[in-house]
Write a protein that binds this ligand. Structure first.
Ligand code: SF4
Length: 221
């Protein structure tokens, strides 16, 4: 078993969860869920997602919807005005260029307005069940601290490194495990190293400094 497989096993025992609504349905809904989720908490993304799809069931109805109505339905998410515009544009593009079906190729997905590498990989992974890894800010931070990806690596390099280090059987799980671990323990600015379940695997040099600071804070609350 590789070091990273051991890490994933530990994380799986502790951070496995039911997936939020916006990433567990058909590819079109996963794609819209990804647009909604940027810089927004899962609970607010799910609220907006459910309100939106209660009224507009598919790409065709969203493409024809009034922008102001989309805005009203997705108000719980941050940047809802920009996201409403993106959703309408993406739905229209899918109708016009792909006959209403979300494409299965990464290159074609990235032609859709508002869809970058991360959302394309989310759709491939969660929508189509392909063994690809989507990299968000938590995934990137954790992968670098655990020595899976080099410190200066950008999106594509981080993605490749995680995919190479992850057995096929765990590819579908790795994104969500690292996201939840990143949110709960390995925050970008304030990691809780003193309670980290994978401390021994971490190569981040600041970890001891964090542990000492956290111990001191506990002694002198
Ligand atoms: S020891 Fe700290 S920095 Fe390293 S993985 Fe754990 S929480 Fe993240």
């Amino acid at each position: 078993m590789t070091q990273f497989s051991k890490v994933l096993k530990i994380l799986e025992e502790r951070f496995s969860r039911d997936l939020p609504a916006h990433i567990k349905e058909d590819p079109f809904r996963v794609l819209i869920g990804c647009i909604l989720s940027a810089r927004t908490k899962d609970e607010n993304t799910d609220k907006a997602y459910e309100a939106l799809f209660r009224e507009f069931a598919d790409a065709r109805s969203l493409a024809q919807a009034d922008l102001s109505r989309i805005q009203a339905l997705i108000k719980p998410v941050n940047y809802y005005k920009t996201k409403a515009k993106r959703i309408k544009e993406a739905a229209s593009f899918i109708i016009e260029k792909f006959k209403g079906r979300v494409p299965k190729s990464r290159k074609a997905l990235m032609r859709i307005p508002g869809i970058g590498p991360k959302c394309a990989d989310i759709v491939l992974s969660y929508g189509f069940g392909k063994p690809t890894v989507a990299v968000d800010t938590h995934v990137e931070t954790v992968a670098k601290r655990l020595g899976v990806a080099p410190e200066r690596a950008r999106y594509e390099e981080v993605k490749r490194a995680i995919e190479q280090a992850t057995p096929l059987s765990l590819r579908a799980r790795v994104n969500d495990l690292l996201v939840v671990f990143g949110r709960e323990i390995c925050h970008k600015n304030n990691p809780k190293c003193s309670v980290c379940p994978v401390f021994e695997f971490c190569v981040w040099e600041g970890k001891w400094k964090r542990v000492n600071a956290q111990r001191k804070a506990m002694k002198n609350p």
